[in-house]
Write a protein that binds this ligand. Structure first.
Ligand code: NAD
Ligand SMILES: O=C(O)C(=O)C[C@@H](O)[C@H](O)[C@H](O)COP(=O)(O)O
Ligand code: ZN
Length: 374
C-alpha cells in the first residue's frame, strides 16, 4: 500500500456529502478546515473528561486561530454517558448557549461522544451542523463515519437515535498515541470487521501488518483510510440500512446483547471487545450451520486473539450470562423484521452475507453451548 499523508476520503451522498481527512497532526489545522466549510459558525465542543485533559487545548487553539468562537462541554467518559440523562443535559446546554441551526456541534472523542453529540446535533433546532473529530481508533475507522447516532437503553444498545450525517470528519491519527492499549485493540476489532465482511485481501494484509498498525506510523494511517473507504462504499449505497449496510453489523447482534448484558460496564466489556466476541461467534455459528469452513472460523478468531481481543463469552470478567437474557436482548435488535431475526453469517473469510432465515432455536442451542464452553 502506498504512503501519502494526509488522505481525503469523500462520502458522496448528494447534499449530505462530506470529506473525511485522515493523517497525523490534523487537529492543528482543524479550525481552518471547519471555518472553510462553515464560515461564521459558532461551535460547542462536546468531549469527555479524559479527552479534554489530553486534546482539548490543541483543538481550542486551532479554532481560536481560525477566528471560531467555541465553548467546551465536558462529559463523563465511558459507555454509560450514552444515556437519556446525558442527552437531556447536553440538549439543554446547547440551547442555553443560544446556538443556531447553522452553528456547529463538534464531537471531540470516541464513539460514545460522537454518537451522543451527533444525536443532540440531529434533534436540536431540527438539525444543527455537525463535525466529528474522532480520538479513538474505533471512532476513526467506524463510528465517526456514516451518520448513525444515538444512545443506549437498559433494554438494548443504540435503541434510540437518528441518522444525522456530519459535515466533516477530521481523523488526526497522532491522537491515538495516548489511547490505552485495551481501547486500541477494541478499535482494531472494527478494523478487522471490514476484512471479514468482504475484503479477504485486507484481512490478509492486517495479518501481516498488525504489529506495524499497533506501533503507529504510515501503516496505521493507511489502514484507517482503507477502513473509511470501505465504509464509504457501503454507506453511499445504503445510507439508512435498508439492505447491504446491515453487513456492517457483523458480530453486533451477539456483541450488543453482551454489552447490554453487562449493563454497559466498560470494566467488564467495551464495544469493540463485544464485536470481537460477536464476530468469533458469528463465524463459529456459521461453521456449525455448515456454511463456513471451520478452519476459517479458527483463522478469524486467531487473528483477533493475536491482537489481544476476547473471542469467547467466558472471557468476560464476572460472566453469568443466561441464554434467556441474551435471547431477550437479541429480540430487540434493530435488524428484526416482522418478528424475524436477521443475522450476518459467513461462508468464509471475507464472505459475509445477510440472512433473515435463521432459526431462533438454533441460535439458542448454540449460545447455550458457548456460554458453557471454557
Ligand atoms: N455510530 C456508529 O456507526 C458506531 C460505530 C461503531 C461504534 N459505535 C459506538 O461507539 C461506542 C464505542 O466507542 P469507543 O470505543 O471510541 O469508546 P469511548 O468513546 O468510550 O472511548 C473509549 C475510552 O477512550 C478514552 N479516549 C478517547 N480518546 C482518547 C485518546 N485519544 N487518548 C486517551 N484516551 C482516549 C475515552 O475517554 C474512553 O474512556 C459505542 O457506544 C458504540 O456503540 C458507533
Ligand atoms: O455504521 C453501521 O451501519 C454499523 O453498523 C457500524 C457498527 O460498528 C456500529 O456499532 C453501529 O452503531 C451499530 O449500529 P446499530 O444500528 O446496530 O445500532
Ligand atoms: Zn460497532
Amino acid at each position: 500500500m502506498e504512503h501519502e499523508s494526509p488522505r481525503t476520503v469523500r462520502i458522496a451522498l448528494g447534499s449530505r456529502s462530506y470529506d473525511i481527512l485522515v493523517g497525523p497532526g490534523l487537529i492543528a489545522g482543524a479550525g481552518r478546515e471547519i471555518a472553510r466549510r462553515l464560515p461564521g459558525a459558532r461551535a460547542a465542543i462536546v468531549t469527555d473528561e479524559t479527552v479534554a485533559g489530553l486534546h482539548l487545548p490543541a483543538l481550542l487553539a486551532s479554532l481560536g486561530a481560525a477566528g471560531l468562537e467555541a465553548t467546551p462541554i465536558v462529559l463523563p467518559a465511558g459507555e454509560r454517558t450514552k444515556s437519556f440523562e446525558q442527552l437531556v443535559a447536553l440538549v439543554d446546554r446547547l440551547l442555553e448557549l443560544r446556538l443556531e441551526r447553522g452553528d456547529a456541534v463538534i464531537a471531540l472523542g470516541g464513539g460514545v461522544i460522537g454518537d451522543l453529540a451527533g444525536f443532540a446535533a440531529g434533534i436540536v433546532k431540527r438539525g444543527m451542523r455537525f463535525v466529528q473529530v474522532p480520538t479513538t481508533l474505533l471512532a476513526q475507522v467506524d463510528s465517526s463515519v456514516g451518520g448513525k447516532t444515538g444512545i443506549n437503553s437498559p433494554r438494548g444498545k443504540n435503541l434510540v437515535g437518528v441518522f444525522h450525517q456530519p459535515d466533516l470528519v477530521i481523523a488526526d491519527t497522532s491522537v491515538l498515541d495516548t489511547l490505552a492499549p485495551r481501547e486500541f485493540a477494541a478499535g482494531y476489532a472494527e478494523m478487522v470487521k471490514y476484512g471479514l465482511i468482504d475484503r479477504p485481501d485486507f484481512f490478509a494484509w492486517l495479518e501481516e501488518n498488525r504489529p506495524a498498525i499497533f506501533a503507529g506510523g504510515a501503516q496505521r494511517a493507511e489502514a484507517v483510510a482503507q477502513c473509511c473507504r470501505a465504509k464509504a462504499v457501503v454507506v453511499e449505497e445504503d445510507e439508512r440500512e435498508d439492505g447491504r449496510r446491515a453487513l456492517l453489523n457483523l458480530g453486533h447482534t451477539f456483541g450488543h446483547a453482551l454489552e447490554a448484558g453487562v449493563a454497559y460496564d466498560p470494566a467488564r466489556l467495551v464495544h469493540g471487545e463485544g464485536v470481537a466476541i460477536g464476530m468469533a461467534l458469528a463465524h463459529r455459528f456459521s461453521a456449525r450451520l455448515g456454511l463456513c469452513p471451520p478452519e476459517d472460523a479458527a483463522r478469524a478468531a486467531a487473528h483477533l486473539e493475536a491482537a489481544g481481543l476476547p473471542t469467547r463469552i467466558g472471557q468476560i470478567p464476572g460472566a453469568g450470562f443466561t441464554c434467556e437474557a441474551l435471547m431477550g436482548k437479541i429480540a430487540q435488535d434493530k435488524k428484526v423484521k416482522r418478528g424475524r431475526l436477521t443475522f450476518i453469517l459467513t461462508r468464509g473469510i471475507g464472505q459475509s452475507f445477510v440472512s433473515d432465515d435463521v432459526d431462533p432455536a438454533k441460535v439458542e442451542a448454540f449460545l447455550k453451548d458457548e456460554i458453557d464452553a471454557r
